[in-house]
Design a protein around this ligand. Structure first.
Ligand code: T5A
Length: 207
């Protein structure tokens, strides 16, 4: 059995990850590729409960360490019960956010030590890394505006603009550090243009 490919979508708030994930799924299915669509934090019953705890804006104050460990606890479940089994069966996994989000939000946004994140990444993931990561990048205000139009804010979306500027910078740094894996797509343009750039990137994996 040929192992499936692991694709992740990343970017700040409201850049269009979920919208474009559906687009990529449809594109792959048109090419007869079996696809599992999932998200982080989340993807299993327990990991979705952890997601709820993390996004709940009315919870007690969550310490930075607790936040980081909850994210990796959810990730451990997700990898064991969804991602690895699917890849092993030859299915492609399309995931809305993964560990680059931890480098961006907890590393960049919360200013946590990168070496701690790396240590947890190695512990929880072993050798698992995405085959391809699409980073959708747009100025912070654009994403926040799109998210705002959708309605209520979660615990992260209540952060200040400067937090999201740090997140964006950390994502761009990840792209610089991993140019083979992370493909940057400008998302502050019409959706058709974003999606045509996406097809160019996904095609490279289909070859
Ligand atoms: N988190 C997550 C961490 O802190 N650490 C971690 O390790 C991980 C994994 C999860 C939160 O958890 C944090 C980060 C997050 O704050 P989430 O729901 O995954 O939350 O992330 P959000 O960014 O909140 O997801 P959103 O649904 O808000 O944003 P999307 O998915 O990027 O945007 P989408 O597709 O819903 O689009 C938003 C709106 O914009 C429109 C869409 O139609 C939609 O209305 N749109 C466009 N409009 C015009 N032009 C375009 N090109 C458009 N693209 C989309």
């Amino acid at each position: 059995m040929i192992r499936g490919k692991f694709i992740t979508l990343e970017g700040g708030e409201g850049v269009g990850k979920t919208t474009n994930l559906t687009f990529i799924r449809d594109y792959l299915q048109e090419h007869n590729i079996p696809v599992v669509v999932t998200r982080e934090p989340g993807g299993t019953v327990l990991a979705e409960k952890i997601r709820h705890l993390l996004l709940d804006k009315d919870s007690e104050i969550i310490s930075e360490q607790a936040e980081l460990l909850l994210i990796f606890a959810a990730r451990a479940q997700h990898i064991k019960h969804v991602i690895e089994p699917a890849l092993a069966q030859g299915e492609w996994v399309l995931c809305d956010r993964f560990t680059d989000a931890t480098y961006a939000y907890q590393g960049g946004g919360r200013n946590m030590r990168i070496s701690t994140i790396e240590w947890l990444e190695n512990l929880v993931q072993g050798n698992l890394r995405p085959d391809l990561t699409v980073l959708l990048d747009a100025p912070v205000e654009i994403g926040i505006e799109r998210a705002r139009e959708r309605g209520s804010f979660d615990r992260f979306e209540l952060e200040k603009i400067s937090f999201f500027e740090h997140v964006r910078r950390a994502y761009l740094l990840q792209a610089e550090l991993h140019p083979e894996r992370i493909k940057l797509i400008r998302a502050n343009r019409p959706l058709v243009d974003v999606q045509s750039a996406l097809i160019d990137v996904i095609r490279t994996l289909l070859r």
